[in-house]
Design a protein around this ligand. Structure first.
Ligand SMILES: [Zn+2]
Length: 71
């Protein structure tokens, strides 16, 4: 379990060299600057690095609290 305050958690993916993991068609900028929770936090997902993947802001807000296969 990694707390939100943990530096590893706070290390938001760098804008360069971090590809968005979601790549939602027509939305994605490919430029990951946020973390997306693979298991949505609203559905019991944890703030742990193994539940986080880099995502661009556009994909992240499109996905919201859904699983990637619910899009
Ligand atoms: Zn994206």
């Amino acid at each position: 379990m990694i707390l939100r305050r943990d530096p590893a958690y706070l290390a938001i993916p760098k804008p360069y060299g971090r590809l968005c993991a979601l790549q939602i068609e027509g939305v994605c900028t490919r430029n990951a600057t946020t973390w997306d929770a693979i298991i949505p936090l609203a559905k019991g997902g944890m703030h742990t690095l193994d539940n986080m993947q880099p995502a661009c802001r556009e994909c992240n807000s499109s996905k919201g609290d859904r699983f990637i296969d619910e899009l």
